[in-house]
Design a protein around this ligand. Structure first.
Ligand SMILES: Cc1cc2nc3c(=O)[nH]c(=O)nc-3n(C[C@H](O)[C@H](O)[C@H](O)COP(=O)(O)OP(=O)(O)OC[C@H]3O[C@@H](n4cnc5c(N)ncnc54)[C@H](O)[C@@H]3O)c2cc1C
Length: 738
């Protein structure tokens, strides 16, 4: 039977220690010759051999594309939890090039001589099966529970998991006897015997046992790759090789042929003469090569998505796929989408959107997944993910015009602009994505001096609901250009933005911690200090509920100046708003302020946040806000300074409203009903809200984000550009609403 795996070729190199570099050189030669895989036997008791694991790491470091594996690793001598971590580490370091060939152990006298317990054949298979479970559990780094295994050979008592490998590392077993073969069928990803140890008919007999065990475990036998170590007498001609190898592939289903040889000339002849000849023969005689999705992965598919209809040009991650844990949730919200399509260019966005429109499931658009409302994931729907579209380029040095793809993050933008002495007013957190923020507003460290991010937008490229591509600017489709700047998520997928950026070099970055016992007074004094401050100062303030009787507030801020005296002058009034407990002021490049470490997106549940835009921090607002904070209703309460240049832009110029507000307020709560009730008390103080800091999707929130005339204009445009309401999952402007 042909199991349909694309044919691959590998080498089987002796890990000799004479000289130590010889095996590495043969691995490098294997790569140069175009072999797919290089493997090494593992006999950790053999005096003339290098340790195989150490050799694998060295080979990985000295090669760049070839897959590497033990052939096969001695499991009884390599503690499974440590082997799991070592394998994941090597897979990460080699960028996904490891395969894990495992064996139940051999040469027991030598192993016993090194202090390992002798096992019967049955025990060694049992141990291998347990080891595989342990290894796979350790790799499940996304699982939050501690790892407990009460096995016969492994006892883990609350072990930590991870790291997860870079890719779905296949586990291949070196197996000959029925018990091992059944384990291959039930649990492994590949069968790896040596032809030299097999009698005629053993491959067919082995396959039959594996296939039956696979079916018994609910698996498709095609999930299991059949590999085979082969060797030939020196000088065997290409034609003879082809004659011998073709039946192994076509009749016995072998998908990977691994040549055992340390002779560079033989490796070269095989690569140059045999492999092309085999491939040529197969191209006419084999039609069913293609990846096989496992039964487990198929069972994890969600209703309403025609997975088989996904265009071949698209790369997507399904619930049963290895990479799913990394893409299912966002920074703020836990999700379980049915399909995450990773678009790499505009054409793929068009294709993905056309496919998504055909499916009867929710659609989310994701740039970097930092949306506070968390709508860039969903349950059972499709996500179009632009995170691989993150190019940043300069269009005009003279005009400081840059083009940024939607999937870039603001720290990438800051780092790319820094060498030019430029920066773009964006958010305060470098991990946030360009796509979500630049379609909504963009309140950041330079806001009071340089305005919102959207105020720097000169043009944008969109894919509209009907799949058409549109370039919008003040002169091309100006109505849509207006809508994109504040309500972009409702009108299409923005694939790239053209921004005019500012000259910004080093800045003063201040961090202060205050005693916030007088919470209301502190808020009032900070508000007054900010309203009086020159525009080159933008700060934000975070206050939490009292803990262990102590109430603390933090203020972070940027002074857009590299002159120490100016920085001190601007920050001094801030430092005086309350008893100061700690302070730090640094002169740093703007890109340094934005440079945050990458954090995995592990949001859980639904976030709860409420937003308000307010003109002044009046005594009555501050008293009400202090009551909310001190009651513990919000676990995070933040006020950002806006105003300044934000208010210079006419209210009608963009679809971002309430520009006169000097402050943007946001509160995160653990309980939606509690926070909503408290927010209703504050509502009279607000003139509107900023949707990027809001999670409540009710229509009333739209009326707070936009005054009636603006909302009516947006609705009319929605009817024109997205009449079927395709983009509706995040603060939907219903085209049929009034
Ligand atoms: C830690 C943190 C700090 C923040 N700080 C600030 C700040 O200082 N200032 C500020 O203004 N905001 C800030 N925000 C809010 C942030 O601006 C928004 O959440 C923004 O939407 C995130 O963009 P994203 O691309 O990462 O989000 P995603 O989660 O990828 O997308 C959020 C939403 O935006 C829409 N969207 C995303 N990409 C596109 C696209 N290419 N075309 C059309 N629509 C799209 C979708 O509706 C999507 O649901 C912060 C958020 C977090 C989590």
């Amino acid at each position: 039977m042909d199991y349909g795996h694309p044919i691959e070729f590998g080498t089987f190199i002796t890990p000799v220690n004479d000289p130590p570099q010889a095996a590495v050189a043969r691995a490098q030669l294997s790569e140069q010759l175009g072999f797919d895989l290089v493997t090494f036997q593992d006999h950790p008791y053999q005096p003339g051999f290098l340790d195989t694991w150490t050799l694998l790491t060295w080979v990985a470091a000295q090669t760049s594309t070839i897959q590497i594996s033990g052939n096969v690793l001695n499991v009884p001598m390599r503690p499974a939890p440590v082997l799991a971590r070592a394998a994941a580490s090597l897979d990460l370091l080699s960028e996904g090039r490891l395969a894990l060939g495992l064996g139940a152990g051999a040469f027991w006298d030598a192993m016993v001589a090194m202090g390992f317990p002798r096992r019967t054949p049955a025990e060694s298979v049992e141990q291998l099966a347990e080891a595989m479970e342990v290894i796979r559990e350790v790799w499940r780094a996304d699982s939050r529970d501690q790892l407990r295994v009460d096995g016969k050979y492994y006892q883990l008592k609350g072990a930590k998991r991870g790291p997860a490998p870079a890719h779905d590392v296949p586990i291949w077993l070196g197996a000959y006897k029925p018990r091992m073969l059944r384990l291959v069928g039930a649990k492994a990803d590949g069968w790896l015997p040596s032809l030299g140890y097999l009698k005629p008919g053993d491959l067919a007999r082995g396959n039959a046992i594996i296939d039956e065990a696979a079916a018994g475990a609910g698996r498709d036998p095609r999930e299991i790759r059949r590999l085979l170590n082969i060797s030939g007498e020196p000088g065997k001609g290409a034609a003879q090789w082809v004659d011998e190898l073709l039946p192994l592939i076509l009749d016995d289903g072998v998908g990977t042929l691994i040549l055992g040889s340390d002779d560079p000339l033989e490796l070269q002849r095989f690569a140059e003469e045999v492999i092309p000849a085999v491939r040529a023969e197969l191209s006419t005689r084999r039609t069913n090569a293609g990846p096989v999705r496992s039964a487990v992965a198929l069972a994890a598919r969600r209703e309403g998505i025609d997975y088989d209809a996904l265009p071949a040009s698209l790369t997507a991650v399904e619930p049963g796929d290895f990479g799913y844990a990394k893409v299912r949730s966002t920074y703020m919200r836990g999700g379980s989408p049915g399909l995450v399509i990773k678009a790499r260019d505009v054409e793929q966005v068009v294709t993905a959107l056309a496919f998504a429109r055909e499916q009867k499931v929710p659609l989310a658009v994701r740039s970097a997944g930092h949306g506070i409302s968390g709508r860039s994931t969903n349950d059972g729907g499709i996500v179009i993910d632009l995170s691989e579209m993150r190019d940043i380029s300069v269009l005009s040095e003279a005009d400081r015009l840059v083009r940024v793809e939607a999937g870039a993050r603001w720290k990438d933008v800051a780092a790319a602009l820094a060498p030019h002495g430029w920066a773009l007013s964006s958010g305060d957190y470098g991990g946030v994505g360009v796509g979500g923020l630049a379609t909504a507003g963009g309140i950041g460290w330079l806001a009071r001096e340089h305005g919102l991010t959207i105020d720097h937008l000169r043009a944008a490229d969109l894919v509209l609901a009907d799949g058409s591509r549109m370039h919008v600017s003040e002169t091309e489709h100006p109505d849509l250009f207006w809508a994109v700047r504040g309500a972009g998520a409702n009108f299409g997928v923005v694939t790239s933005f053209e921004f005019q950026v500012d000259e910004v070099g080093d800045v003063g970055f201040g961090q202060f911690v205050f005693d916030a016992s007088d919470t209301a007074g502190l808020l009032e004094r900070w508000g007054a200090a900010m309203e009086a401050a020159p525009r080159d100062l933008t700060t934000n303030l975070i206050v939490g509920a009292p803990r262990r009787g102590q109430s603390l507030a933090q203020v972070y801020g940027v002074v857009n100046s590299s002159t120490p005296d100016t920085i001190i002058e601007r920050l001094t009034p801030i430092a005086e708003i309350a008893p100061l407990l700690d302070q730090q002021v640094q002169l740093v490049p703007y890109a340094g302020v934005m440079n945050v470490p990458d954090a995995p997106h592990e949001g859980q549940g639904d976030p709860v946040a409420r937003s308000g835009l307010i003109d002044h921090l009046t005594p009555s607002f501050c008293a009400a806000a202090a009551a909310l904070i001190n009651a513990g209703t919000a676990y995070f309460f933040q006020i950002r300074s806006v105003g300044g240049a934000v208010a210079d832009v006419p209210e009608v110029a963009t679809a971002y409203s309430h520009r006169a507000a000097n402050f943007s307020v946001v509160a995160f709560g653990a309980s939606k009903s509690r926070l909503d009730a408290a927010w209703a008390e504050l509502a009279t103080h607000f003139r509107g809200l900023y949707l990027s800091f809001e999670t409540d999707q009710s229509p009333e929130r739209l009326a707070e984000a936009w005054p009636p005339a603006t909302l009516a204009r947006l609705r009319a445009l929605k009817r024109e550009y997205d009449p079927a309401n395709v983009f509706r999952d995040n603060f939907n402007i219903d085209p049929l609403g009034d």
